[in-house]
Design a binder for this molecule. Structure first.
Ligand SMILES: NC(=O)c1ccc[n+]([C@@H]2O[C@H](COP(=O)([O-])OP(=O)(O)OC[C@H]3O[C@@H](n4cnc5c(N)ncnc54)[C@H](OP(=O)(O)O)[C@@H]3O)[C@@H](O)[C@H]2O)c1
Length: 247
């Protein structure tokens, strides 16, 4: 049995990763504040007996400074603890386009990638596109009273269930010492995803698409977040996902 520690194992992608590890008969150890581990302070962090780490921790911010601080601190702590404990593989979950548009939140993901590449652990970086759940995340973040403001964004969203399967396979395999891209089957406009999700969940109120300012906004709108030709394409579309969660 392989022991895999999942940083952020209670989150949107972390929970299906943990479920997949257990489904395969391996042991999953959840590293999150709700499980008594704070990676920002190092409290409760102990990777003894762990074979591989999947880092799927997240922070809700658009501040570049806050994101860089968060991902530098948490990745640094995980990599040091992993090296000390003899962990053989560190899999970091990043985002397609983070390297090409290191602004706002993505500055944190770009910093995380740099730390992993230059760190003490054998590594793989998996850059995923937005999850289908991104529609709900954007509705929550963009809520201004009854209105939701959704930044103009081109995306090719991926199923977190499909992605979790690939991330666990990566963790069980050899470190690639490379970054790979993982995406869903179809390009979508995020505002249309948000509208479809709102209809399906009976959310009321107007949902408006707005241009997001600055370099980050340009990257959202101009296709920088779309996967390249080499990306692994996973099957479940946004429409299929929506039908699945409604049934
Ligand atoms: N959402 C997307 O569409 C998307 C797309 C591609 C890549 N990603 C990447 O995937 C990762 C996870 O995103 P998500 O949407 O699943 O995030 P999420 O649902 O907000 O989950 C974040 C996770 O991080 C944990 N966490 C936060 N602060 C922590 C701390 N100080 N110490 C320990 N655990 C902490 C949270 O658990 P506790 O609250 O219990 O601590 C939670 O389990 C992020 O790195 C993100 O960049 C996301």
């Amino acid at each position: 049995m392989t022991v895999i520690a999942v940083a952020g194992g209670t989150g949107t992608i972390g929970a299906p990763i943990v479920a997949r590890i257990r489904e395969l008969g391996h042991e999953a150890r959840v590293l999150s504040r709700r499980a008594g581990v704070d990676l920002a302070t190092g409290t409760g962090l102990d990777l003894r007996g762990v074979d591989a780490v999947i880092d799927a921790i997240g922070v809700d911010t658009i501040s570049a400074k806050r994101a860089v601080d968060f991902f530098s601190t948490t990745s640094g702590a995980l990599l040091r603890a992993g090296a000390d404990a003899g962990v053989r593989h560190h899999v970091a979950l990043s985002i397609v386009g983070a390297d090409a548009a290191p602004h706002g939140y993505y500055a944190g993901k770009a910093a995380q990638e740099r730390i992993v590449r230059s760190g003490p652990m054998p590594w793989t970086i998996a850059r995923a596109t937005q999850f289908h759940e991104f529609a709900a995340q954007m509705l929550r973040r963009g809520a201004v009273g009854p209105v939701a403001l959704i930044p103009r964004t081109r995306a090719q969203p991926v199923s977190s269930r499909d992605l979790a399967t690939v991330l666990v396979d990566l963790a069980l395999g050899e470190p690639l010492r490379d970054a790979i891209e993982i995406a869903g089957p179809r390009e979508e406009r995020v505002v249309e995803m948000a509208r479809a999700y709102a209809t399906a969940t009976r959310r009321r109120g107007p949902i408006l698409e707005i241009p997001f300012p600055g370099a980050f906004g340009r990257a959202l709108a101009d296709g920088t977040l779309l996967p390249g030709a080499e990306a692994r394409i996973l099957p479940e579309s946004f429409a299929d996902w929506l039908a699945r969660i409604r049934s």
